[in-house]
Design a protein. Sequence first.
Length: 398
Amino acid sequence: MKIKKSSTLMFLYAITARLHIDFIGRLMASEILAIIQLSFVNISSVFKKNKALRIITYWVLVLLIAQVVSDIYNNSSVTTSLKGVSVLVFMMVSVVFFIAQLTKNKKSIFFYFFGMSVIALFLPDYPYKSISHPQFFKVSIFPIIIPLVLTASYFSYKKYHLTAYLFILITFIAFMFDSRSYGLIFLISAVILYLYEIDFRPNPKKTLLSFFILTSIFYSMYALYVHNVISGNISGPSTQQILKLDNPFNPIELLQYGRVDTFVGIKAAMDKPMMGHGYMPIDHNRHYIEIKEEMLRKSINQQSALIPVHSVIIGAWVYAGIIGLVAIISIYSYLIILFYQIYLSRSFDRYMPILIFSVVMMTWNMLFSPYGHLRTTIPIIIALLLALSQQKENSNFS
């Protein structure tokens, strides 16, 4: 079997994503590969053919300009400002690179997945070698198995319940090994995939009933998880958070404790809602560290540090002010609209489990992951949505 060039490029991008040089922050080898490859691509043609790409690019430019203006307003250093610019520039470099490959060959994404598993196996981000380490499965095993699971889902064509069961199994494994975020992402993905299999079409009555049922199921599973933590059946650093809560059966309280940096970031954004603080601002007087200490009810041994921001959306607000917030919400909202249109069209059944999981993960990262995810995990998801949307539009006009 002859392997297409696009598949080879996607594999090479994946296996070089964790190799970097220090140049205005971190310049990844995969980004250098993308730049070299794009020099052989008619980029104007890529943009001309994909209306969705033009819309996303517009809002990324708005975010970029707002971020630079905020840097100037707050007297940020040139080096720091350039690091912020590089996040958005290389985000778009990767997006265009991925679209160029996926529009030629959608199946090239499986070579990307394979490459992600290979690099996670041989060059893990956090090389915990002992299986007894509480973070071993979360940071060493899940990055290997997730791409393989998504690849396997492609072959369970129109048997989505089998993939949903697999997702639920991984949910339980994730919670057992102290990885709540992965568990929640797989659980929500399983539910959406099941709704897709039964061809669920939202309307006010159905949506309200489904929301009530799903909320009851999710809370019951959460209560079961908390009970097992309190009983000592599940342990680990994350589970220790449960034991520190006034009411561990309140998931909102756990969210505020477990993702405290997101909520501190909201407070920081509200202090400068219009202009923001500039990219990666330093908390010189420990004001926000003290807020974090109060929320965690423990001391943090730091004299000064960056203002805590653990959310892409809140990060855009903190770093680029209200215009940055509008831009990032516009980007996310537009991507969700594209996903919903693809969902209703049922044009890409084989790719739906991958797409659902990717969109759920993107949503989690937008809400509760660092701003740098715009450069690392989110571009492939954006590109997949844009490439499939373009193909759907082309088929409608053919």
